[in-house]
Ligand binder design. Structure first.
Ligand code: PXP
Length: 246
């Protein structure tokens, strides 16, 4: 049996639906409470520059409503840094952000941004926040994470998810190998590997079976499934599939 794998549930898209009508419903805080009650291990929320889903006030409400650790996804900007320092989430995952993209379409170019990341990573670390970088699983990005001294990296599983959806077994295998190899290298260098993006009931198990990966962050698919089966059932099923793969 492999060590257990944590499930962080990204509740952004509950807020997307709320914001479509401009009122208070559905409330992402209620989603966080349900995740806590059914064995989720953490809440992930991305406060985007354009506030298209999670809003500033949601962060404190989520932190008050549950004891689960909050993983704040944030762009590497002064504005987001000051919000993170004010709210002191358990973890902060630095993600790339472009206004025009629909979601976080690729990993952070940590290697290219190294010098601008140094002060942000340092200030988050000094505040006791567990810093993670959302990167592609390759040596160049991982080397930068090692140099920056972050305790966690989250590997972007988007390419794997696309290959899986295309039924391209060769690409699935090479994506899995890349993620598995970089997870092993991360652990060797004292970094805890996480993974996420585009994970579903169908494609989660090969990623969950990578022994070094300690946490998966899953959002869009779970919230979509919740429309049909309820959030409780969707989280429980994902949890079960992850456990089965270990
Ligand atoms: N992890 C990170 C760092 C992300 O930016 C996202 C997407 O917001 C996810 C995980 C979850 O991806 P998905 O919504 O496709 O499950």
């Amino acid at each position: 049996m492999l060590p257990p794998l944590r499930l962080g549930v990204n509740i952004d898209h509950v807020a997307t639906i709320r914001n479509a009508r401009g009122g208070d419903h559905p409330d992402p805080v209620r989603a966080a409470e349900i995740v806590a009650s059914v064995g989720g291990d953490g809440i992930t929320a991305h406060l985007r520059e354009d506030r298209r889903h999670i809003r500033d006030e949601d962060l404190a409400r989520i932190q008050t409503a549950t004891d689960l650790p909050l993983n704040l996804e944030m762009a590497a900007t002064e504005e987001m840094l000051s919000i993170a320092l004010r709210h002191k989430p358990h973890a902060a995952c630095i993600v790339p952000e472009k206004r025009e993209e629909r979601t976080t379409e690729g990993g952070l170019d940590a290697a290219g941004l190294h010098n601008s990341l140094v002060p942000i990573v340092d200030r988050l670390k000094q505040a006791g926040i567990r810093v993670s970088l959302f990167i592609e699983a390759n040596e160049r990005q991982l080397d930068t994470a090692i140099r920056l001294g972050v305790p966690v990296v989250e590997f972007h599983t988007g390419e794997y998810a696309h290959a899986f959806a295309d039924g391209d077994n060769g690409r699935v295998a090479s994506e899995l190998k890349r993620i598995a190899d970089m997870s092993a290298l991360a652990v060797k260098n004292g970094i805890e590997p996480h993974a996420g993006h585009g994970l579903t009931f169908e494609n989660v198990q090969p990623i969950a079976a990578i022994p070094q990966i300690a946490e998966l962050n899953i959002g869009h698919y779970l919230i979509g499934e919740a429309v049909f089966t309820g959030l409780e059932a969707a989280v429980k099923k994902m949890r079960g599939l992850m456990d089965e793969a270990r």
